[in-house]
Design a binder for this molecule. Structure first.
Ligand code: AMP
Length: 287
């Protein structure tokens, strides 16, 4: 496995499967890389390169303190990438992604990046930064496909819509959320939770499971809120939405809105101590 930091070395690795990350890699990222490896091996007789990008993108952080303390663990990250089957890790400096004097375009944001009132409302500017860096990484790596985690469900929908809108032809592959045995979704930020906070953070996955016990979205939303508030959290949101548009199941833009006719998704977000946690699951969820 190679580790490169210069965009000029990338052309040799084009046409592959890319896994964009911000580093501080864990088993969730490893599962994405293994998914990419599997796709790379089954591409009609040829083996495609698997490229993992490690870049903490400043333009998607609204909070300077969050950016400053974001963990940077490149040595451990490259070891994990090698174990999971990557061919190359692209870990660029800021100037490779955002060359001085050259404006890196922000693609037109799809509706799912601005209308649901979920991460878009909680983190203004976040999806503009995500779309900017993803489209720039696509431009640099020119992949055939890219793997994203379901853990960041709205991001997955945003990237999928953006890739289509921009006519990239890049297939967006979704990989399921990897959890601790007790249900906590793995996240690079979990390391900042104290033992007590981690215990309260478990209420997010508990809320998603509890939501499945109710037959109507509004009842499920109430149940999720109760679980989260019972753990002393004030959720940013605890909702059941159309899985693709992320609009309310009854909203006109959600298309067929009747429960059972289109996939629905339960999504929760809450701050626990200094860490903001997000999670989601199909609704109802038997996880
Ligand atoms: P990040 O490094 O946090 O920006 O995440 C890079 C990619 O890993 C994104 O596509 C995330 O959705 C995905 N990811 C993060 N946590 C998990 C997890 N627990 N399970 C699966 N994928 C994940």
């Amino acid at each position: 496995m190679r580790v490169i930091s210069e965009a000029a070395s990338l052309p040799a690795w084009r046409g592959g499967i890319v896994v964009p990350t911000m580093g501080a890699l864990h088993e969730g990222h490893a599962s994405l890389i293994r998914r990419a490896r599997a796709a790379a091996e089954s591409a009609g007789g040829v083996t495609l390169p698997v490229v993992v990008t490690v870049f903490v993108n400043p333009t998607q952080f609204g909070d300077a303190a969050d950016l400053a303390r974001y963990p940077r663990t490149l040595e451990a990250d490259t070891a994990l990438c090698a174990r999971a089957g990557a061919d190359v890790v692209f870990a660029p400096g800021l100037e490779e992604v955002y060359p001085p004097g050259r404006e890196v375009r922000v693609p037109r944001l799809p509706a799912v990046a601005t209308e649901p009132g979920l991460e878009d409302a909680a983190r203004p500017g976040h999806f503009a930064g995500v779309c900017q860096v993803v489209q720039r990484l696509f431009e640099l790596t020119r992949p055939r496909a890219a793997v994203f985690g379901e853990k960041d469900w709205q991001q997955l929908q945003v990237v999928r819509a953006m890739a289509e809108q921009e006519g990239t032809g890049i297939e967006i592959v979704a990989a399921p959320t990897v959890r601790e045995p007790d249900g906590l979704a793995l996240s690079s930020r979990n390391r900042f939770l104290s033992a007590e906070e981690r215990g309260r953070g478990l209420s997010l996955s508990r809320a998603l499971r509890e939501a499945g016990e109710y037959g109507a979205p509004t009842a499920a939303e109430g149940a999720m809120r109760r679980v989260l508030e019972g753990a002393g959290l004030r959720p940013d949101y605890a909702v059941v939405r159309d899985a693709a548009s992320l609009l309310a199941p009854s909203a006109p833009g959600a298309g067929f809105s009747q429960v059972g006719e289109r996939p629905l998704r339960a999504l929760v977000a809450a701050r626990v101590g200094s860490v903001r946690l997000i999670d989601n699951a199909p609704w109802p969820w038997r996880g």
